[in-house]
Write a protein of this length. Structure first.
Length: 259
């Protein structure tokens, strides 16, 4: 059985005359933590959107566990095993912390509306299992004590943790984190780094992240891919990336266009 969880083969994304990502090749093996970095405008978010089905690549393929998922709807890709968080936190802000995690599990519920209306024994059993799973995740994230709080009332760092808990509730094999340390101070970033590493080990996950905090990237990553102007310019271990002249030039000379 292959050890490869994700493989992107010659993926290109064009928007009219603009090439946002050009001939991207990358892979991630089981339980790796891999970072995708680059200056603003490098194409990182576009790459995430191709992987998660928001965009269908103009050319090339995306494979999850050796299965081609190119062109699948985002909900089908999520069901196949990819969960994602966003740079701008996307929670059900008017619902409680517990409800946010419970709702996420409906992706794998497999129940008919008749079962839910009649509250059959199977439905009640499944609902109890969902509650126990939500409790496990919220306890792990340190959020169980605030389970009844409205999501929007939580401090920023707790909202980040809740978004990750909600992603984990879908039981993914691959977790994509889009700038998880954005807006965090150094202490919060260090705590997040330990949390992500713990999640990988506790839930046997593979992680791909976009991150601008280089201390987080260098501390947590097994390998790093570097994009610039939509093209891959480097791939390697953190120490190799830190000393790569092309990467250094890309960051020092990068423009301020949006990713």
């Amino acid at each position: 059985m292959s050890n490869r969880v994700l493989e992107v083969k010659h993926a290109t994304m064009r928007f009219g005359g603009l090439v946002a990502v050009n001939d991207l090749n990358m892979h991630i093996d089981k339980q790796e933590i891999v970072a995708l970095i680059g200056p603003n405008g490098a194409g990182k978010t576009t790459a995430f959107n191709m992987i998660t089905g928001v965009y269908k690549p103009t050319s090339g393929q995306v494979l999850l566990d050796d299965r081609i998922i190119t062109g699948m709807r985002p909900d089908r890709i999520a069901h196949a095993g990819i969960a994602r968080t966003f740079q701008n936190i996307r929670l059900f802000k008017a619902l409680t912390v517990l409800d946010n995690v419970m709702i996420a599990q409906h992706l794998r519920l497999g129940m008919t509306w008749v079962s839910s209306v009649l509250r059959t024994p199977k439905y009640r059993k499944t609902e109890a299992e969902m509650y126990n799973r939500a409790k496990e995740l919220l306890e792990y994230m340190g959020l169980w004590e605030v389970r009844g709080e409205i999501a929007s009332s939580l401090p920023y760092g707790m909202q980040r943790k809740l978004e990750i808990a909600r992603a984990l509730a879908t039981k993914p094999s691959l977790l994509l984190l889009d700038e998880p340390a954005a807006g965090m101070n150094p202490a919060e970033s260090a705590e997040l780094t330990a949390l992500i590493r713990g999640i990988r080990d506790q839930f046997h996950l593979t992680v791909l992240l976009i991150e601008h905090h280089m201390d987080v990237v260098m501390d947590i990553s097994d390998r790093i891919y570097v994009l610039n102007y939509g093209g891959l310019i480097a791939e390697g271990m953190p120490a190799e990336i830190q000393s790569n002249d092309e990467v250094i030039r890309a960051y020092l000379g990068g423009d301020d266009d949006e990713a």
